[in-house]
Ligand binder design. Structure first.
Ligand code: PLP
Length: 416
């Protein structure tokens, strides 16, 4: 009797248990490679290695003082309760002010939804508008999360390959050729993470002309790197005839105000879509945190001097990274015009071997080699839909960047 009871309580092997525990939707996408590399770098550092992190996706600057003061005041003023799902009215009005000031776009508070980071904004939009089986056109290389969110929503990712020769930008003819009656949205970032590509006003006007021929397609325009632009004024596709009513602009405080940890993103969208996103967010997270919202009002309505100082420093680093990459044999680079990344083509190193005889077959192998041998963390281009490249962030000090680039130079030289 005793021994029978004992047999019954034996648990199944853990693998079987995990397969039953997790829903199949989790298998549709993977962990962001950017976060994985940062984690591996931390682990190596914990073992005592001097790891330089060039996988970083956030500014290495402090939050502007006046924004910090606004947050402290919000705490003292007891802005501590649940917030309206789409954001406090004064934040949404501040967002409208920003769009008028910076982009000459007129919105009202009903067009705006404030979220817990632009990542949630993107999740809201994609899950609100894309039905199962509908296509979302995404030019490669793209930010890691785009494809994962479309896959989560059971949409179909339709990649459009771009190359360094075209500056990682699509042409109107290529866009026209890829759109089908089943295309629900076109999703892109300008300035682009990871390539740094920035579309000019003329280029966006030409794409808008194509979109006017295909009224079923919404444009999701991720403008989170708006201020980190080395070529001049930012341009939004929403400014062109007929575009504003079918464009969802995604933006936030993470990059331009160095506020990644505060988690504040926002969008401007046609009212119906904003309402849909509000409904979804209402069941997911509710309104984003009260203190960050009150700080956002000040960030979005004050001078951008601190932001511009930061951009000046990014530009100095960008120029140095471009120069140093130019000295590396077999590396091809489209010079970034925005964001804080370089995305060099490194495929000439595929097929080579390390000193230990290990094969470098692809960008994943090369990143792991650079991490383990040179102790520099970068991100494989395959995470961004382009396996010929690696992403190098210049959100690190000039001294660290120079040291890291020298290590990369030597590590590449040692491949044969
Ligand atoms: N869009 C792009 C292109 C990004 O690079 C990032 C962050 O790395 C985001 C959106 C998300 O930003 P947030 O921190 O506001 O969620």
């Amino acid at each position: 009797m005793f021994s029978i009871t004992k047999i019954r309580i034996v648990l199944p092997p853990q693998k079987v248990f995990l397969m039953e525990a997790l829903a199949s939707r989790l298998a549709r996408f993977s962990e962001p490679e950017t976060l994985k590399m940062a984690k591996l770098g931390r682990e190596l550092r914990a073992q005592g290695h001097d790891v330089i992190d060039l996988s970083i996706g956030e500014p290495d600057f402090d939050v502007p003082q006046h924004v910090k003061e606004a947050a402290k005041k919000a705490i003292d003023d007891n802005w501590s309760h649940y917030t309206p799902v789409s954001g406090y009215l004064d934040v949404r009005e501040a967002v409208c002010h920003k769009f008028k000031r910076d982009n000459n776009l007129e919105y009202t508070s009903e067009n705006i939804v404030v979220s817990t980071g632009a990542k949630q904004t993107l999740a809201n939009v994609i899950l609100s508008i894309v039905n199962e089986g509908e296509e979302v056109i995404i030019p490669t290389p793209y930010w890691v999360t785009y494809a994962a969110l479309v896959q989560l929503g059971k949409g179909v990712v339709k990649e459009m390959k771009t190359t360094p020769q075209s500056g990682y930008k699509i042409t109107p003819a290529e866009l026209d050729a890829v759109i089908t009656p089943n295309s629900k949205a076109f999703l892109f970032s300008s300035p682009c993470n990871p390539s740094g590509a920035v579309y000019t006003k003329e280029e966006l006007a030409a794409l808008a002309e194509v979109f006017r021929k295909h009224p079923q397609v919404y444009i999701i325009s991720d403008e989170i790197y708006e201020y980190i632009n080395y070529r001049g004024a930012h341009e939004s596709i929403a400014q062109f005839d007929g575009m504003k009513d079918r464009t969802i602009i995604v933006n936030g405080l993470s990059k331009g105000f160095a506020m990644t940890g505060w988690r504040l993103g926002f969008m401007a969208a046609p009212k119906e879509i904003a309402k849909g996103c509000e409904k979804l967010q209402g069941q997911m997270t509710s309104g984003t945190n009260s203190v960050a919202q009150k700080a956002a009002v000040v960030a979005l309505t004050s001078s951008l001097d601190d932001t511009m100082e930061m951009v000046k420093e990014f530009k100095r680093r960008k120029n140095r990274v471009v120069q140093l990459l130019g000295e590396m044999e077999g590396v091809e680079l489209a010079i970034p015009d925005g964001a804080f990344y370089a995305f060099p083509v490194v495929k000439s190193y595929f097929g080579k071997k390390t000193e230990k005889g290990e094969a470098i077959n692809n960008a994943d192998d090369l990143c792991m080699y650079l991490l383990n041998t040179a102790h520099v963390s970068t991100v494989t281009g395959s995470a961004f839909g382009d396996g010929d490249c690696i992403r190098i962030s210049f959100a690190n000090s000039m001294a660290n960047i120079e040291k890291a680039m020298e290590r990369i130079f030597n590590a590449l030289k040692n491949l044969s």
